[in-house]
Ligand binder design. Structure first.
Ligand code: CMP
Length: 137
């Protein structure tokens, strides 16, 4: 078993897709091992996405990610990181495969419904950003 980290982003929460997205995640065989519903401050969002600091979209991304509540979760499944990236589809929803979460629930590359960790190492770092060891079942 291994783990990945996800966020349901402010656009998807605002549009009422939280339940449908969690259902897709569970139906795909993931077990939720930690979950919280919170609103990030700009500082939180900036720190989370610090790797993108030099990218032209960084400031907009930080504003967007702190614009409303999100759901953060740690998910467990065999091959979790790769399988979850398959389930969510390409970063740009216009390029996301049919039936993927971003194809179904996202509007734009920025407001793209969900985040998924891109490696085992980042999954651990990102999970630890949101959850203490005690909160990770
Ligand atoms: P995410 O997987 O959360 O990681 C970084 C985010 O930056 C990405 O999803 C997108 O929502 C956002 N983003 C905005 N513009 C771009 C872009 N041009 N290329 C990649 N990511 C972008």
């Amino acid at each position: 078993m291994n783990r990945t980290f996800t966020m349901i982003k402010p656009d998807a929460v605002k549009n009422g897709y939280t339940g449908a997205i969690l259902n897709d995640i569970i139906e795909d065989g993931f077990k939720i091992v930690a979950m919280k519903y919170i609103r990030l401050t700009k500082e939180n969002a900036g720190a989370f996405y610090a790797v993108h600091k030099e990218r032209p979209f960084y400031n907009d991304l930080v504003d967007f990610m702190s614009s409303g509540p999100i759901v953060a979760a740690i998910l467990e499944k065999e091959n979790a990181v790769e399988d979850y990236r398959k389930l969510i589809g390409a970063t740009n929803p216009q390029e996301a495969a049919q039936g993927t979460i971003r194809q179904k629930y996202a509007k734009s590359i920025e407001a793209n419904a969900v985040h998924g960790a891109d490696s085992d190492e980042n999954a651990k770092i990102e999970g630890n950003f949101f959850f203490s060891q005690l909160e990770q079942f």
